[in-house]
Design a protein around this ligand. Sequence first.
Ligand code: BG6
Length: 364
Amino acid sequence: DAGEHESYMRKEILEQPTTAQAVLRGRLDERFGTAHLGGLDMDARDLRAVRRVKILGCGSAYYVGQMGAALIEELARIPADAEAASEFRYRNPVIEPDTLYVAVSQSGETIDTLLAVQEVRRKGGRCVGLVNVVGSAIARECDGGIYLHAGPEVAVASTKALTNMFLAFALLALQLGRVRDLSIADGKRLVAGLERLPGQIEEVLAGEADLVEVAHSLAEAESLFFIGRVRGFPVAREGAQKFKEISYRHAEAYQTSELKHGPLALIDPAVPTVALVPQDELTERNIGALHEIAARSGPLVVVTHEDVGLGGIDARRVVVPRNEPELDPILLTIPLQLLAYHAAQHLGHDIDKPRNLAKSVTVE
Ligand code: BG6
C-alpha cells in the first residue's frame, strides 16, 4: 500500500530518484558516449537504416512521446514526431519500411496503442516498445523494446513511469545519434548529464515545501495556462494534463510563441499562467512573452534556472537545477507534478483515482 504516504501519487513522485536510476542501469556507455539497448534487437546497420521515427502513445505517454521526438531530432537529426495512438489507428496511416515506430505505454495494455501497433505490423512496419509492465500485450506485440523498470505504478496520473519514458527516449536518441553524426564528445556530455539526473531530481523534490503555497494559489483559479516552447511545449502539455486530471480545473497548454495569436485575450488577474523558461537559446523571447502577461496583470509562476533574470517581472519563481539543455524537459516536469498534486490535495480530491478516469483503458 501507499504506506506512510497519503497517496500512491506522492509515493511514486518521491520514488523517482531511485526509479530513474533503474532505467539507466547498465545501459550507459561512458567510454563511447552511447547507450546499450539489447532489448531493441537492432544492430548498427538496422539503426542507420532508420530514416524517420514515429512515436505512438495516449495521454501522458503521447506527451512524453513529443519530448522524445524532439530529443531524437536534435541528437540523431532524423525527422521524428509523436501522434496520439487513438487517432493514428483510425486514419489508415501510411506505413513506411524505413520508419521506426515506437509505441509508448506504462501498462502495455492500452487498447488504442495496442491496435496502433498491430496496424503498423500488419502493414510491414517495425515497431519497438517503451513499456513498463513486463510481458504485457504491447510488449509482446512489438519487435523489441526498452523496458522502463519504474516498478508498479498505481496512481492514475503517471509520474515515475513518464520520467523513465523520457530517459528511455534519451537512451534511444543517443544510440541513433552515435551511429550517425553525433560526436563522441556530445555523446559523453549527454551520458554524463544522464548520470547526474537522478540526483538532480532529488534536489527538485527536496524543494517540495516551497511549492505547496504556489499550488494552493493555483488551485483557487477556475482556469489556467501552461506555456512553453520547442522543448518546453510538451512539458507544458503534460503539466496541464496532470493539473486538469486531478484538480478538475481547466488547464490549457499553449506554445509561448502562439500566445499573441489568441490566448492573450483571456489573460487577466483571475487566469494564472505557469511558464517554462529554461536558460536556453529562447530565454529572451520567453521573457518577452512574460512581459505581455504581466502587463495584463496575469499571475505568473515561472519554472526556470537559477541564472535566469526575469527583468523585474512580478512572478513566483520555481528554480530547477541545470543539466544539458536537451535533458531540461524532465527536470522541468517534476515541479509540475508537485503543483498538480498539492492543488488536488488542497481541493480535497481523490488523487489516486480521479473521477471518470481509469489507469489503463483496455476496452473499446
Ligand atoms: C490514460 C491514463 O487513460 O492512459 C493516463 O489515464 C495514461 O494516465 C494513458 O497516461 C496511457 O496509459 P499507458 O498505460 O498506455 O501509458
